[in-house]
Ligand binder design. Structure first.
Ligand SMILES: [Ca+2]
Length: 318
């Protein structure tokens, strides 16, 4: 009997390894874990009241990522559209006092916050209307990055509890990014602030909270108010394979190597550390990235994203 059991187990192992538990059973386990993490029964009931079987559209979107579908210059044309730049300038005009207040507290330039606000959610217009609990449950159950999304699901429940937010109001992208800032729940817990003083950290509806939360993120990661993000450069002719040149050097060293600003002017003869970025393997566009750039990469690990935020900020300030 024991041998038969062993054989059955052995032969069924590959199938078992792939087979997922029933979704409802899985949800029941998640609820138990949430309770053990200190989430109240009423929050748990509200959170999972309308959660249904894994949402196929979300699973499909997740499995489609990431792939290179656009060149960097094409991506950049989208990010630096006239529409984005003029909308950002209008937002700056309309929120001048608020942006000044946020800058005074968190030491982040308004142009950077406006660029992030624009790209993340088009100034709050495009926050995504997926249920965060449904999205994160689906992604945690699906298995591709279960551990990460399970952690974010628990964080989302904590946000519901701490901020007294109903599940229906906890909305965002299919991948779990929330509000005007498109913060993942873990970023919300670390960096969201109540800047308008109404007692709620409302990155969905409050421009003040959203802008200050973004600034708090950058400030907490060490953003340097006195330095930019980087600069576009022209590479000297010669045999150097610049794509292979890694690591930080002071600007004055890059200058000695013959790199110039894209408009032909010399680089500053300073000690500011920078590394060379060429976002697209098939395009010659090159940039020297300063330490602030690493913080934009921490926000979203994509050179397309980080470089376009910096360039958009420059355009907004012109
Ligand atoms: Ca608030």
């Amino acid at each position: 009997m024991r041998l038969i059991c062993l054989l059955v187990i052995l032969f069924s192992l590959p199938a078992c390894a792939q087979e997922k538990p029933d979704f409802n059973k899985w949800v029941a386990q998640v609820k138990q874990q949430a309770l053990a993490n200190g989430i109240s029964q009423s929050v748990i009931d509200n959170a999972f009241e309308n959660v249904e079987a894994p949402a196929e559209d979300i699973v499909e979107l997740d499995h489609k990522q990431p792939e290179k579908t656009r060149s960097f210059s094409d991506y950049l044309n989208g990010a630096l559209s006239d529409k984005n730049i003029s909308a950002a300038k209008d937002k700056w005009h309309d929120n001048r006092a608020l942006l000044r207040k946020v800058e005074a507290k968190y030491h982040v330039q308004p142009k950077i916050l406006l660029a992030l606000w624009c790209i993340e959610s088009r100034f709050g217009e495009r926050q995504g209307d997926f249920s965060i609990i449904q999205s994160l449950s689906t992604l945690a159950y699906d298995g591709r990055r279960s551990q990460f999304f399970m952690g974010e699901l628990m964080n989302a429940l904590k946000i519901m509890q701490d901020e007294n937010i109903a599940s229906a109001d906890l909305t965002g992208s299919w991948a779990g990014a929330m509000g005007q800032t498109q913060f993942m729940p873990s970023s919300f817990l670390k960096f969201a602030v109540d800047f308008d003083g109404d007692g709620k950290k409302d990155i969905w509806n409050s421009d003040a909270d959203a802008l200050a939360s973004m600034a708090n993120y950058l400030h907490s990661k060490g953003w340097n108010h006195n330095e930019g993000w980087g600069v576009e450069v022209e590479l000297p002719d010669g045999d150097t394979n610049w794509r292979e040149v890694k690591g930080d050097k002071p600007l004055k060293e890059w200058r000695k190597l013959g790199l110039k600003r894209e408009d032909g002017r010399k680089l500053p003869n300073t000690e500011l550390m920078a590394h060379l970025i060429m976002p697209d393997d098939d395009e010659p566009l090159a940039y020297l990235a300063f330490p602030n750039y690493n913080i934009l990469m921490d926000w979203n690990r994509s050179t397309y994203f980080a470089t376009s935020i910096g360039l958009l900020a420059d355009e907004i300030a012109k």
